[in-house]
Design a protein around this ligand. Sequence first.
Ligand SMILES: CC(C)(COP(=O)(O)OP(=O)(O)OC[C@H]1O[C@@H](n2cnc3c(N)ncnc32)[C@H](O)[C@@H]1OP(=O)(O)O)[C@@H](O)C(=O)NCCC(=O)NCCS
Length: 263
Amino acid sequence: MEDDGLEMVLSSLASSSINSAEDGVQCPATKETSPVAAPSPPATRLPEHERQQRVEEERRQKVLSLKTSLVALGAEHGVRYITYGGEHHLHEIMDLITRDLSEPYSIYTYRYFIYQWPKLCHLAVNEEGKVVGAIVCKMENAKNSTFRLETVKRGYIAMLAVDKTIRRVKIGTALVIHSVESLINNGCDEVVLETETTNEAALRLYENLGFARHKRLLKYYLNGVDAFRLKLWLRFPAVIRERGKMSLMESLQLDLPQEQPKA
Ligand SMILES: CC(C)(COP(=O)(O)OP(=O)(O)OC[C@H]1O[C@@H](n2cnc3c(N)ncnc32)[C@H](O)[C@@H]1OP(=O)(O)O)[C@@H](O)C(=O)NCCC(=O)NCCS
């Protein structure tokens, strides 16, 4: 991510909207100068719900803008993004995911997710229409992991894979962003997933997007490997209480290769 020639797509959410809201509404500067500075009027704080709405709207816009950049990048590689289109996709998704994931899933597991949440299954397809990337998600009401009496609407990423022949061109990232957008649009408060503690690629991909290591699950997988539960908070009040700071979503940022100047 520190590579040269990269463009920061999402960066200043906290510093722009949240700080300005925090500082209160400033009086416009007057053109007339006076030797004695007039005392500044007391700052008016935005009501909390307006502040939250503003932050969440900006967040939506940033996700949208990131998605647009990633779709354009995909097009340069002959890849476009669609949602699950029917049974003809199911076997391709299974083939793709089975090739890479250590956990053997039965067709019933795929059907459980995809039949119930087809719009949360995003695919990357190449120019021949072949599936080269897939993400499978669901959403549900769940107990808040810190405040057990509260219910949250939780998005869950169950599977993610990109074909070996076309990795490291941000297809995995684009699939995650498509899912995050769908989950935001469906009113989710947070997104969680598990990944092997040894899966450096997945950990980096998710952490680059602001997901945080929330828990370590011992011997979670059948192969005996531990998992990290990663979480992305989508609504900032929950994060302030759970993490004692602004939403990690505020750090949502991604560097994309800058367009090369045309010769
Ligand atoms: C993990 C996976 C989905 C990544 O897909 P991808 O399209 O290659 O990922 P991206 O191009 O979006 O990579 C985004 C960032 O993730 C990190 N990353 C991805 N692959 C990596 C690798 N092999 N090694 C180290 N970091 C890696 C990098 O930080 C990368 O950014 P960079 O290329 O600018 O350095 C893909 O490697 C895969 O299908 N793996 C097997 C299945 C799997 O592990 N799924 C995740 C289960 S939770």
